[in-house]
Design a protein around this ligand. Structure first.
Ligand SMILES: Cc1ncc(C[n+]2csc(CCOP(=O)(O)OP(=O)(O)O)c2C)c(N)n1
Ligand SMILES: [Mg+2]
Length: 671
């Protein structure tokens, strides 16, 4: 590559891009880990996008009508951090760049949503970002149609690499976006022909242009280091009515000795090679230094967005006060005031009627009263609408011809659906729920885990939740899934026993701020077990006494969902023999275990024997069966209780208490 020619042709552009490259080299070297090559390769595309197109305002990172920038190739996190720093985001001062990948820094190894304002979404698991972006773009389409272009009208820009496009989830995303003609979605493909193991050709020969085109995308191929070609491609992409993919031929680790090799993918820390690369860029500033004129040019890229935001603000203020309040409410993720009363009324009627209904049908009945009062819900199913009972009469189907439709036919794309739901929620102004069979949580799991890690309150409507589905057989019968989902930190797994608990679960799911919910729902009819109406949401305690023992309490039966009925029958038999038996319904074990000890003890006092009933594996039940007064008194566990963090490994082991000292302390404590 003749970098001198590039430099002289576009000197200002070149030095702005060089700032990204230099900061990347310095931060990765300081951390002694990370990925240098991707930011160095895509710096030119990012520079043109931010300079000429992206509407953003670092002073208002959450501005509702900003353009969204999604780094699907999350290992290239230093590209994003450099951009946020250079353009002047308060959460990303130079200190953050210097502390890349260190404990407590906002600049984690991969971009983490919530760590700093400016990071739109957590990426790193390849393919997620591009699939999230479909949800961002759908939410934008719906809100543009609903509020008008004066209030909502922006683009979603994505950077995806060879890895993102090889992941299966990308096909789900591409297919859905193409069919839906998401014209405001623009994907830059970092077409550098390199992954970790070597050239892309060792594992793939897909013609990506043809693949996208086959799904209805507008496609272009450009030199990803030529600012004029990049600019022209973005202009053309914006003008086209289809989603756009721009294949940007780039050189990974441009200008470094490792350029165009898989070595260039990782941490480039050799001091002499760094020096040579910086010299090739014409970059003479010291480590972590950005000359004032170049920093000023970067900060100036925000001017267009600042102006656009001021104009937008003026247009919003022309809306009626009620409309402004409604826009702010939905964008803020606040449930409408009417929700609580609506749920209470539903519960009262369900208790009185005491019908026998499948909880998947109960869920539909609840949605039928919720959707009309919550215009921000976006529902859908992965081709199981009639089985998941996810569609209500008022929603309308989202299509290229009906942008106000709030129901998505995701097709048979569970993983893409879950990732799109994350994108909708992160876009703001949308509450996403989507259904499939409980067993196929496996297919959606990569994105479901990210809902939990990001704290996105998506709602997974998982029906056919056990052997209770019958004849479809073991391929369709989940057994380990409840325990697997309960093992996922920050995930509420609800398994309601009847219509009343289903309504309570929906209320909790739709008022959650930072926790995704899984509703495990039955295919088969279940009797109403809550025949006496209470205003109180009992599910909010996780587990509660449904039927108490008569006489001396000898047995406690604990059950969820369809097995609560079995517990009640067993209680009758035991009571008939004079054995006092309590039944505890536990629609959400996660919430129950988070209650204070006094509350848990009240529900599960020490003394009586305990039997848990759930048509799934035992794993997650040991906390209930053995905890409190069981072997727990003589046992301890040293390990993880939540997600990890980004820092050197030794620091993490220390911070999370997985140390010999802690083991000694725990053991002594039990003696
Ligand atoms: C789902 C998933 N699988 C594997 C990885 C590990 N990984 C990180 S980057 C990468 C290679 C990505 O290649 P590409 O997208 O071409 O990035 P480039 O090397 O060009 O920067 C892999 C396998 C990951 N982050 N996510
Ligand atoms: Mg690559």
């Amino acid at each position: 590559m003749d970098l001198t020619a590039l430099r002289t042709a576009h000197p200002e552009h070149w030095m702005k891009a060089a700032a990204i490259r230099a900061l990347t080299l310095d931060a990765v070297a300081a951390a002694n880990s990370g990925h240098s090559g991707m930011p160095m390769g895509m710096a030119d595309v990012a520079t043109v996008l931010f300079t000429n197109h992206l509407n953003f305002d670092p002073a208002a990172p959450h501005w509702a009508n900003r353009d969204r920038f999604i780094l699907s190739a999350g290992h290239g996190s230093m590209l994003l951090y450099a951009l946020l720093h250079l353009t002047g985001y308060e959460d990303f001062p130079l200190e953050q760049i210097k502390n890349f990948r260190q404990w407590g820094a906002r600049t984690a190894g991969h971009p983490e949503f919530g760590h700093g304002r400016g990071i739109e979404v957590t990426t790193g698991p390849l393919g997620q970002g591009i699939a999230n972006s479909v949800g961002f773009a759908i939410a934008e389409e719906i809100q543009r149609a609903t509020w008008g272009t004066a209030i909502v009208n922006h683009h979603t820009y994505v950077m995806a690499g060879d890895g993102c496009l090889m992941e299966g989830i990308s096909q789900e995303a591409i297919g859905l976006a193409g069919m839906q003609e998401l014209s405001h979605l623009i994907v830059f493909f970092d077409d550098n022909d390199i992954t970790i193991d070597g050239k892309v050709s060792i594992a793939d020969k897909t013609n990506q242009m043809e693949r996208f085109a086959a799904s209805g995308w507008h496609v272009q191929a450009i030199d990803g280091h030529n600012p004029e070609e990049i600019e022209a491609a973005i202009v053309a992409a914006k003008a086209d009515k289809r989603p756009s993919m721009i294949a940007c031929k780039t050189h990974i680790a441009l200008g470094h000795a490792a350029q165009d090799t898989s070595k260039g993918h990782g941490a480039l820390t050799d001091a002499d090679q760094m020096k040579a690369a910086k010299a090739a860029y014409g970059w003479t500033a010291g480590a972590f230094e950005v000359p004032a004129d170049i920093k000023a040019q970067w900060e100036a890229t925000a001017e267009r967005g600042k102006t656009a935001r001021a104009e937008w603000q003026a247009r919003v203020e022309k809306l009626s006060a009620a409309k402004q309040a409604e826009f702010a409410r939905a964008q803020g993720g606040e449930a409408p005031k009417k929700l609580a009363a609506t749920i209470r009324a539903f519960k009262k009627q369900a208790s009185e009627e005491a019908k026998s209904v499948a909880t998947r049908k109960s869920s539909e009945n609840v949605l039928a009263v919720i959707n009309p009062i919550m215009p921000e819900t976006i529902g859908g199913s992965a081709d199981l609408t009639g089985s998941n009972n996810t569609k209500t009469a008022d929603m309308g189907v989202f299509t290229p011809d009906n942008r106000k439709g709030r129901y998505i036919h995701y097709g048979i794309r569970e993983h893409g659906m879950a990732a799109a739901m994350n994108g909708m929620a992160l876009h703001g102004g949308a509450r996403a729920y989507g259904g499939t069979f409980m067993c196929f949580t496996d297919y959606a799991r990569g994105a479901m885990r990210l809902s939990a890690l990001m704290g996105v309150p998506a709602v997974y409507v998982m029906t056919h939740d056990s052997i209770g589905l019958g004849e479809d057989g073991p391929t369709h019968q989940p057994v380990e899934h409840l325990s697997m989902l309960r093992a996922t930190p920050n995930t509420h797994v609800f398994r309601p026993a009847d219509s009343v608990e289903t309504a309570e679960a929906w209320e909790l799911a739709l008022t959650a701020d930072t926790t995704p919910s899984v509703l495990a729902l039955s295919r088969q009819n279940l009797p109403t077990v809550r025949k006496v109406h209470t205003n109180k949401n009992m599910t909010a305690q996780g587990g509660y006494v449904l039927a108490d023992a008569e006489g001396k309490r000898q047995v406690i039966l604990i059950a969820t969902g369809s097995e609560v009925e079995i517990a009640l029958k067993a209680r009758e038999a035991l009571q008939a023999e004079g054995i006092g038996t309590r039944v505890v319904s536990m629609p959400c074990m996660d919430i129950f275990l988070a209650q204070d000890e006094a509350t848990r003890r009240k529900v599960l006092p020490a003394g009586p024997v305990r039997v848990a009933i759930e048509a799934g594996v035992r794993q997650s039940w040991d906390m209930i069966l053995m905890g409190e007064r069981g072997n727990a008194k003589k046992a301890a566990f040293v390990g993880m209780e939540g997600f990890g963090a980004s820092a050197p490994a030794e620091v993490l082991y220390e911070k999370f208490g997985i140390t010999a000292e802690n083991v000694v302390a725990q053991a002594k404590n039990l003696l």
